[in-house]
Design a protein. Structure first.
Length: 277
């Protein structure tokens, strides 16, 4: 049913001759304008004129792509279903208002007709013409509006039925757009969550690295401090040993001096004892 409605919309805008373009544009993807011209068997300029008329009413959208080899741009087109159905709804509203106005006019006013010339006149015009046709001289007769009113009411019911179908299609398109929006929001949310997690992981890795660095520095400092402490301890031991060596040397010197003194005294006593003899 939606295809028939799209055809009706296109016919209302660009005429009956362009009806085949409705099925070609009613696609999920945008269609190459040269392919459209080829399938319609018309020139590219004629195709573009039809597309521009539809575009002026906001019924189609287009994207362009650059040919890398030739350097020019090619346009791709697609009908916008929601805007198209809303446009048709507006047309149906206008028709409904016109028919209601006609019914009200037929029920309220009296009309006269020349049966020979098949010309219709309002009461004030018929009165001005003295209820006589200027063309043939035939006397006007009162027109029975009941048949026309019934025909207009049938037409109104038909439009009401079509309006319900259009409203159903509009709601379907709005539901599609809402689902697409929800999917898009979910994707964006998931992408944001992924990026946030990645950033958090990067920050954590940086913190861990910094902690590792800080821990490494601490351990290095401790090792350096230990080495310094050991060096100081060794120096202290060396100093102690040096002091002990000095003390030992002093003691040895004193002992040697004593030994020399004692040996000298012994020699003197021997000399003296030998002289006496």
């Amino acid at each position: 049913m939606s295809k028939e409605l799209i055809r009706e919309i296109v016919v209302n805008v660009v005429g009956k001759q362009a009806e085949p373009i409705a099925d070609l544009l009613n696609s999920k993807k945008h269609v190459n304008e040269f392919n459209l011209a080829k399938k319609l068997e018309i020139t590219i300029n004629q195709t573009r004129n039809l597309l521009y008329k539809l575009s002026d009413q906001g019924l189609v959208s287009s994207i362009r792509k650059k040919d890398k080899k030739k350097g020019w741009y090619t346009y791709f087109w697609k009908i916008e279903n929601l805007k198209a159905f809303e446009f048709l709804k507006g047309l149906l509203d206008q028709r409904t208002n016109q028919i209601n106005a006609q019914i009200a006019s037929r029920e309220k006013n009296q009309f006269y007709v020349c049966e020979r010339c098949n010309l219709e006149y309002k009461e004030e015009n018929a009165l001005f013409m003295d209820f006589t046709c200027d063309e043939c001289g035939e006397i006007f007769k009162v027109k029975d509006n009941s048949k026309l009113v019934r025909a207009l009411q049938r037409n109104l019911k038909s439009i009401d039925g079509e309006m319900k179908l259009v409203e159903i299609e509009i709601q379907k398109e709005r539901d599609k757009i809402e689902k697409q929006r929800i999917r898009k929001d979910k994707k964006e949310k998931a992408e944001k969550t992924r990026i946030r997690k990645e950033k958090a992981a990067i920050r954590k890795a940086i913190r861990d690295k910094e902690k590792k660095k800080a821990g490494f520095k601490k351990t290095v400092k401790k090792k350096v401090a230990k080495k310094k402490g050991k060096k100081k301890a060794v120096k202290r031991k060396v100093k102690k040993l040096a002091k002990k060596k000095k003390v030992v040397k002093k003691v040895i010197k004193k002992k040697s001096k004593r030994q020399k003194a004692s040996s000298n005294t012994l020699k003197g006593t021997r000399v003296r004892s030998s002289g006496r003899k």
